[in-house]
Design a protein around this ligand. Structure first.
Ligand code: GDP
Ligand code: IMO
Ligand code: MG
Length: 428
């Protein structure tokens, strides 16, 4: 099974990092294909915690070649900080490859992210403030800076000038900020460029040749389906393609080469930032899930919003990604509940919706229709086979499988690398 996509099926933080890490010892390449350091993946290996943002989680597995694909936006300062932090802990980062076509998050993109959010006030997206949206906006507007531009000072200066042209009008006249000079930006980027040079590659060619040679490539998404710029809860989304198609456009590997698409999904739901969230719990139960699940953002430390599992979202994710498998994570967080409600459909102004409403206003007004499943009290964190789970926990997983229409191939019962129940091998 040479090419496997691992992506988030909800609003992010489903445990993609852990799922990728677990397959790490058996894959040759792990490619990050979208997003940037807005992502935060916590991976726990032998009790040691690693927080990754820009680097693919595969970097923690010795044999793996980690790749930053063309669909990613790269903050060079963050990249080198992350590499240095891992080097200091003895992780080998020397194999890292970065696409020559990936876009660079320039310092002015971070500034614009922050001032725009402030300007939006109540209408803000709740971004991570890392410059992600403005960098993708530059890419689509064709005024972006790409990795390859860093190695020609003349071209780089021209491109920065082009990018700053309109931005300075905006910064000075609308946001009342000082103008940013071409020189300061040029200096910031050139200082870091030389260190990047040996990592730069035609990653599309590398990956296709690897697949030709029978190697295994794992495509690791940042963010998630409901944050995808096309298929998510627009405008409360990130600015990249976090769904399965993004694995192709963001890496330069064609769809005919992808063998499997794995959706990682929490046994309940969380969301960071603004936007609609039908099953959100604003009561003590929401706080219970946040505390028990440790639901605080890896990137910004913000408390995550929490709620019950939403099977409508799961079905939608299965559809738009063509999921072949689900990995259900954090089942252990639900231990100790008498009943566990699961949203099976929405009520919108008295009309039942079994599928995601296409109309944004309807989704904003969706009220969950719940089915209550029986809970369990036994500690499940040491379970390593499906049969060891209490009968009601088994029934919960099987119910999720049936409601989403996609088989559940693995179940997470703790944060550690080993704390997983495998039902179907994701790589065969
Ligand atoms: P990602 O962004 O999708 O990689 O997810 P994050 O790393 O942001 O958030 C997932 C959190 O849940 C991390 O702290 C993981 O260590 C933790 N985690 C992942 N799987 C499990 C699980 O099955 N059980 C528990 N208790 N924690 C998990
Ligand atoms: P991982 O990969 C959860 C959210 C932000 C905000 C919106 C837009 O760890 O699952 P952005 O900075 O991307 O322009 O913010 O998207 N967001 C995430 N939420 N997990 C993430 O990544 C996220 N990356 C962005 O909170 O609502
Ligand atoms: Mg995360």
């Amino acid at each position: 099974m040479p090419a496997v996509v691992v992506l988030g099926a909800q609003w992010g933080d489903e445990g993609k990092g852990k799922a990728t890490d677990q397959l790490g010892s058996r894959v040759d390449y792990v490619v990050k294909f979208n997003g940037g350091n807005n992502a935060g993946h916590t991976v726990v290996i032998d009790g040691e915690k690693y927080a990754l943002h820009l680097l693919p989680s595969g970097i923690l597995s010795p044999g793996v070649t980690p790749v930053i694909g063309n669909g990613v936006v790269v903050d060079l300062e963050v990249l080198f900080q992350e590499i240095d932090a891992l080097d200091a802990r003895g992780v080998d980062t020397s194999k890292l490859l970065v696409s020559a076509n990936a876009h660079i998050i320039a310092p002015y993109n971070r500034t614009i992210d922050k001032v725009t959010e402030r300007f939006l006030g109540k209408r803000r997206i709740g971004t991570t403030g890392r410059g992600i949206g403005p960098t993708y906006a530059d890419k689509i507007s064709r005024v972006g800076i790409r990795v390859q531009d860093l190695f020609d000072e003349h071209i780089l200066a021209q491109k920065i000038e082009g990018a700053l042209d309109q931005k300075n009008h905006l910064l000075v006249k609308v946001y009342n900020r000082r103008a940013i000079t071409v020189e300061e930006t040029l200096e910031d980027l050139l200082t870091l460029a030389e260190r990047l040079r040996p990592m730069v590659a035609d990653t599309s060619l590398v990956l296709n040749q690897a697949l030709d040679a029978g190697k295994t490539v794992l495509f690791e998404a940042g963010q998630a389906t409901m944050l995808d710029v096309d298929h998510g809860t627009y405008p409360f989304v990130t600015s990249s393609s976090a769904t399965a198609g993004g694995a192709c456009t963001g890496s330069g590997v064609g769809p005919t080469r992808i063998d499997r698409v794995v959706g990682v999904i929490k046994a309940y739901t969380t969301r960071v930032g603004e936007g609609p969230f039908p099953t959100e719990l604003l009561d003590d139960m929401g706080e219970h899930l946040r505390k028990t699940g440790g639901e605080y953002g890896t990137t910004t430390g913000r408390p995550r919003r929490t709620g019950w599992y939403d099977a409508v979202v799961a079905r939608y994710s299965s559809r738009v990604n063509g999921l072949t498998d689900l990995v259900v994570t954090k089942l252990d967080t639900l231990t100790g509940l008498e009943k566990v409600p699961v949203c099976v459909a929405y009520d919108v102004n008295g009309v039942r919706h079994d599928e995601m409403p296409v109309d944004q206003s309807e989704f904003h007004h969706a009220t969950p229709i719940y089915e209550e499943l029986d809970g369990w009290w036994e500690d499940i964190s040491a379970c390593r086979s499906f049969d060891e789970l209490p009968a009601t926990a088994q029934r919960y997983v099987l119910a999720l499988e049936e409601m989403s229409g996609t088989r559940v191939s693995a179940i997470g019962v703790g944060p550690g690398r080993e704390a997983t129940i495998v039902r179907h091998d994701l790589l065969s």
